[in-house]
Design a protein. Structure first.
Lengths: 112, 116
C-alpha cells in the first residue's frame, strides 16, 4: 500500500503571503503508461472535497491561477502564491496510480 | 452541471446492513469510472471502492472486502454501495465521486453511524 505523507500538517499563513505544502509517496507514482496520477484537493469545513489540480499540475476549471502544482516520482508540492481568506480549510494529496488509492493525512491551512 | 446526490445512510447496529445510493446527473454516467470515498468524523479521506464503466471491474480497500459491494445501474444513472456486517470503524460520511484516479466531482455525502 502506498503511504502519502504531507507536511506540514498545520499551516498558519498571513493573508497575501505565499504558502507551500509538500506531499511524499512511499513509491513512485509514475504509471506503466508514463502517467502520474497525483491530485490535490481542498476541503472547507462542512463541505465536500473539491479537486484543485490533477495529474500533478493541471488546474481544474474555476481554480485560481495562484494555485500551482509541481513534482514527479515521489515528491510533489502545492503552492499558493498569495493566500486569500477563502483558501482556509484542509488540503489533501492523493495518489491514483496504485490500488488501493490513498490520501495524505491533510494539511490544515489557517489565517494568522 | 454535474450533480451527485447520495442517500441511504443512517444509524445501524454493529453487524447490520445498509444500501447507499448515488443519483448522478449532468454528465455521461455510463462513460465514467465511479468511486466511493469515506471520511470518519474529524478524520481524513479513505478510498473504499471503485467500479469501471460497465460494472465488471471492481476494486475494494482490504478493510471492506467481503463486506461491501459496489454496483451501478447505467440505465438509471445510479451508483450503489451495499454495506454489510458493519463495524464501529465504518462510521463515516460516505461520498460518491466521479472518476477513480483523482475524483473530479463529489456528492455531499451520506452519514453512516454504526452504534449499539
Amino acid at each position: 500500500e502506498v503511504v502519502m505523507t504531507q507536511s506540514p500538517l498545520s499551516l498558519p499563513v498571513t493573508l497575501g503571503q505565499p504558502a507551500s505544502i509538500s506531499c511524499r509517496s512511499s513509491q513512485s507514482l509514475v504509471n506503466s503508461d508514463g502517467s502520474t496520477f497525483f491530485t490535490w484537493f481542498h476541503q472547507r469545513p462542512g463541505q465536500s472535497p473539491r479537486r484543485l489540480l490533477y495529474r500533478v499540475s493541471n488546474r481544474d476549471s474555476g481554480v485560481p491561477d495562484r494555485f500551482s502544482g509541481s513534482g514527479s516520482g515521489t515528491d510533489f508540492t502545492l503552492k499558493i502564491s498569495r493566500v486569500e481568506a477563502e483558501d482556509v480549510g484542509v488540503y489533501y494529496c492523493m495518489q491514483g496510480t496504485h490500488w488501493p488509492f490513498s490520501f495524505g493525512q491533510g494539511t490544515k491551512l489557517e489565517i494568522k | 452541471e454535474v450533480q451527485l446526490v447520495e442517500s441511504g445512510g443512517g444509524l445501524v447496529q454493529p453487524g447490520g446492513s445498509l444500501r447507499l445510493s448515488c443519483a448522478a446527473s449532468g454528465f455521461n454516467f455510463s462513460a465514467d469510472y465511479m468511486s466511493w470515498v469515506r471520511q470518519a468524523p474529524g478524520k481524513g479521506l479513505e478510498y473504499v471502492a471503485t467500479i469501471n464503466q460497465d460494472g465488471r471491474e471492481k476494486n475494494y480497500v482490504d478493510s471492506v472486502k467481503g463486506r461491501f459491494t459496489i454496483s451501478r445501474d447505467n440505465v438509471k444513472n445510479s451508483l450503489f454501495l451495499q454495506v454489510d456486517n458493519l463495524r464501529a470503524e465504518d462510521t463515516a460520511v460516505y461520498y460518491c465521486a466521479r472518476f477513480a484516479r483523482g475524483p473530479a466531482d463529489w456528492g455531499q455525502g451520506t452519514l453512516v453511524t454504526v452504534s449499539s
